[in-house]
Design a binder for this molecule. Structure first.
Ligand code: BTN
Length: 329
């Protein structure tokens, strides 16, 4: 991604609705006015639109509908998001790519995003449908060196951070369905999380947090078998969203949530967020993984993030992982 394109776009972001003069851009970037003009032409070819007005300069009037490395970089610079973030056109899975980069020694934290995934992965060996239609597929990589048991509430905390950001910024209240689904008010899946770790006996050495977030997919963008069960932020009521802005804001929220997780400041906020976004407490569910499925009424979660069920006769059963199916009440 040419750094110059990102700097030009950052100047437009800083200017808000105001026009940016070609002269000013040329001076600030140390290039000629002709070079500014030819850069703007290249950006136009990538899907940006600018309105030129004599004497005043250029106004940014439209942005690409897909991930654009320069535009995302400008948004990240505006928000002072420090860790490196890379955008790939297509990859098998951003989680797999982040794991490969960690294995190759890339310094963490960092994030990898892709416009499309050819083998996006979900939990329990499932596939994650990953069309290039304005959605986000991203993975954050860390080397935490924390005891493995401290990791348990991590995915829930990251999911709650996404819920809090989405409600505050786009006015859509998502629900967190333990342990990794983010659902719209009508129960359709808007996002899924996949946390993968490489552990040794006393520490988590490498950690990858993957998020698939449907931003602006229309129903027809999903394969027929997903149309009734999946949705996007826009389908759930958000105004038209710029996928690059959403990417930058979600990355910012996730990196902040990570810092809070590591320094312990997440704990006082966790319960309040859990109470606001959890959709399972009080519901009748069945949980299956291996062996016998367990049925009961969800009583909440324990301090480690495991689900607590009332399973009849005053008994409580604690479940640390599994697939939850809501039962008709
Ligand atoms: C699930 O709901 O089962 C989890 C889905 C996680 C999908 C994301 S998309 C980005 C990252 N890369 C992957 O291959 N999977 C995660």
């Amino acid at each position: 991604m040419p750094a110059l394109d990102s700097s030009i776009l950052l100047a437009f972001l800083d200017a808000g609705d105001q026009p940016v003069s070609g002269d000013r851009l040329a001076k600030e970037l140390g290039i000629s006015r002709v070079a500014v003009w030819s850069r703007l032409e290249r950006l136009r070819a990538a899907g940006f639109t600018f309105q030129a007005s004599t004497r005043k300069g250029y106004t940014l009037t439209g942005v690409p509908r897909e991930l654009n490395a320069a535009w995302l970089d400008a948004q990240l610079r505006l928000r002072k998001v420090a860790p490196p973030v890379e955008v790939l056109a297509e990859v098998d899975s951003t989680n797999s790519e982040a794991e490969r980069r960690l294995a190759a020694g890339q310094e963490a934290p960092f994030a990898v995003l892709a416009r499309a995934q050819s083998a996006g992965r979900g939990r329990l060996g499932r596939r994650w449908h990953s069309t290039p239609a304005g959605n986000l597929y991203l993975s954050l990589a860390f080397r935490p060196f924390i005891p493995p048991e401290n990791l348990k509430p991590f995915t829930l905390w990251m999911g709650l951070a996404v819920c809090a950001h989405v409600e505050a910024a786009y006015g859509v209240k998502l629900g967190l369905k333990w342990p990794n689904d983010l659902l719209s008010a009508d129960g359709r899946k808007i996002a899924g999380m996949l946390t993968e770790a490489r552990l040794d006996a006393d520490a988590v050495r490498e950690l990858v947090f993957g998020l698939g977030l449907n931003v602006s997919s229309k129903s027809k963008d999903f394969p027929p078998d997903l149309r009734d069960i999946a949705a996007s932020l826009e389908l759930a009521g958000a105004e038209a969203l710029d996928v690059n802005r959403v990417a930058a804001e979600v990355l910012e929220a996730l990196f902040v949530a990570w810092d809070q997780f590591i320094d312990g400041t997440w704990m006082p906020t966790f319960r309040a967020r859990w109470q606001r976004y959890d959709i399972l407490t009080g519901r009748s569910v069945r949980i299956g993984l291996r062996g016998e499925p367990v049925a009961g009424i969800v009583d909440g979660i324990d301090d480690e993030g495991s689900l607590v069920l009332r399973t009849g006769g005053g008994r409580k059963t604690v479940v640390s992982s599994g697939e939850v199916t809501l039962r008709k009440e």
